[in-house]
Design a protein around this ligand. Structure first.
Ligand code: IPE
Ligand code: IPE
Ligand code: MG
Length: 256
């Protein structure tokens, strides 16, 4: 029998840098790009550019540490409220990332999944997202989940509509709708719930991120702005995670 990934003491744990328990799924709210830039008297877009470099680092860290799923919050359903020029910068950076990084992600056996609403996106962006998912769908290494045009409440709404349609068409009985049916109707179908949510820049809120899926996630607030988040920061977050006692409403393993 194979041990649960979470409880495996990794073979290279001789290094003091390697945490004892590596979460299966780490989800990151990448926050603070604008403040990083403002501190330096730079335009906000420069913070977003440096944020893309931090994404590349986080992917490398996740692979190195043996994280199975890494979700990154790239653009929220509410981020459309920003000035049009900033929205255009963010769209442009996503396009560049997909164009420049997809080959390397693929070479590293990374599977890309996109969550969020596809309608409202320009056809070129929608096409790139589809291409990224299609090209990497057979990869078995890290799954990189990109939350783009994503809102947790909107995702639940889409799932409810899907289930309601199935009921209306007679394919589903209302009393057959259980927690699994809802979980399976979300964009994240097939992806385990996050074990650890990291938010950078010191902010302590969820901002409509993975509303359903984070019911029992552990939260770690990292003080650094996202462009400064590096491998050490990742390790520090996992270190804090390792000090948590996850009880899921039951009793601690440590309870006598
Ligand atoms: C995170 O940085 C990137 C996105 C939300 C797209 P912000 O742009 O939110 O940076 P701050 O929070 O204004 O510093
Ligand atoms: C959350 O950050 C969205 C992303 C990281 C993509 P925001 O900066 O948009 O969140 P608020 O507005 O501070 O809650
Ligand atoms: Mg922010």
């Amino acid at each position: 029998m194979t041990a649960d990934v979470e409880t495996v003491v990794r073979p290279d744990s001789a290094s003091s840098q390697t945490p004892a328990r590596v979460p299966d799924h780490v989800a990151i709210i990448m926050d603070g790009n604008g403040r990083w830039a403002a501190r330096r008297g730079l335009p906000r877009v420069e913070g977003h550019r440096r944020g893309v470099e931090a994404v590349r680092r986080a992917v490398r860290s996740a692979i190195e540490l043996g994280v199975r799923y890494l979700t990154i919050y790239s653009f929220s359903a509410e981020n459309w409220r920003r000035p049009p020029a900033e929205v255009a910068d963010l769209m442009g950076l996503l396009k560049l990332f997909m164009l420049r990084d997809l080959a390397e992600l693929h070479a590293n056996d990374v599977r890309v999944r996109i969550i969020g609403a596809r309608d409202g996106l320009s056809p070129d962006i929608a096409g790139l997202l589809e291409e990224a998912e299609r090209r990497t769908c057979r990869n078995t290494g890290l799954t990189l989940v990109v939350a783009f045009n994503y809102g947790g409440r909107q995702e639940i709404l889409r799932a409810v509509r899907r289930l309601a349609e199935a009921v209306a068409e007679g394919r589903l009985r209302p009393d057959a709708i259980g927690l699994d049916a809802i979980t399976g109707a979300l964009d994240t179908a097939g992806i385990p719930d996050p074990d650890l949510v990291i938010r950078t820049s010191g902010e302590q809120r969820l901002s409509n991120f993975l509303t359903w899926q984070t019911a029992y996630a552990e939260y770690v607030i990292a003080p650094e702005f996202w462009p400064d988040f590096d491998h050490e920061s990742f390790l520090a977050a996992l270190d804090e995670y390792n000090r948590r006692d996850r009880r899921f409403g039951g009793l601690s393993d440590k309870a006598g």
